[in-house]
Design a protein around this ligand. Structure first.
Ligand SMILES: N[C@@H](CCC(=O)N[C@@H](CS)C(=O)NCC(=O)O)C(=O)O
Length: 204
């Protein structure tokens, strides 16, 4: 069975997990908890993924696939039923990039404000990330009719997971405030069985 290097609190991994559920493949993959750390690359994992990042997938054919975009493509190709995640008009992947880009903003922000020693933290960086986060959210609020006119694809999945991650780690930023269309859309997204089955969890 394919092996997915995994964590219950990684938003990139959750993209893959939601995709697996959407495509009826959640039980077709063995999950292995792989404790990566940007400040201490996992030496034993480097021969598998020299970037020491998750998600990473080892297929039955001996291929190693990363990152979340590539693995979601593999899921879409190998899934049984479910929505076509990559319809191929580029807007699907543009929207995926926007969702993943929001995660790319949130993750270093989290590292900066929670893991770096206080004396080394940069307020300017945090303000930059906050500006980008709000710009993405406003951009989405303005384009909700376009997003909703499309069938569910990798763009919806990626944006939805990114918003779940903001709820999980950045509740104080109150991203819903003043964005009624995006909030309502995300409430519907959160009810999908694939999303409910893959909730973020902090380990104790
Ligand atoms: N672009 C990658 C990003 C993956 C990523 O950064 N994952 C984090 C976990 S949330 C990680 O592995 N961090 C460890 C590190 O940066 O060394 C993707 O979409 O899969």
């Amino acid at each position: 069975m394919p092996v997915l290097h995994w964590s219950p609190r990684s938003p990139y991994v959750r993209k893959v997990m939601v995709a697996l559920h959407e495509k009826g493949m959640a039980d077709q993959v063995t999950r292995v908890r792989t404790p990566v750390d940007p400040m201490a690359p996992l030496v034993g994992f480097l021969p598998t993924n020299p970037l020491s990042k998750i998600p990473t997938l080892e297929t039955d054919e001996g291929q190693v696939l990363f990152d979340s975009h590539v693995i979601c493509r593999w899921v879409d190709r190998n899934g049984r039923g479910g929505p076509v995640l990559f319809p191929g008009d580029l807007i699907d992947e543009r929207n995926e990039a926007l969702g993943t880009g929001l995660i790319d903003v949130a993750l270093p922000w989290l590292v900066e404000t929670r893991l770096r020693p206080e004396a080394l933290r940069s307020q300017a960086l945090v303000e930059g990330w906050r500006t980008k986060m709000n710009a993405v959210l406003d951009w989405l609020e303005a384009r909700m009719p376009d997003l909703q006119a499309r069938s569910f694809d990798i763009g919806h999945l990626s944006i939805g997971v990114a918003l779940c991650y903001l709820d999980f780690r950045f509740g104080a930023e109150e991203w819903c405030k003043g964005r009624p269309l995006l909030s309502a859309w995300h409430a519907g997204f959160s009810e999908r069985p694939s999303v409910r089955a893959t909730a973020f969890q902090d380990e104790t």
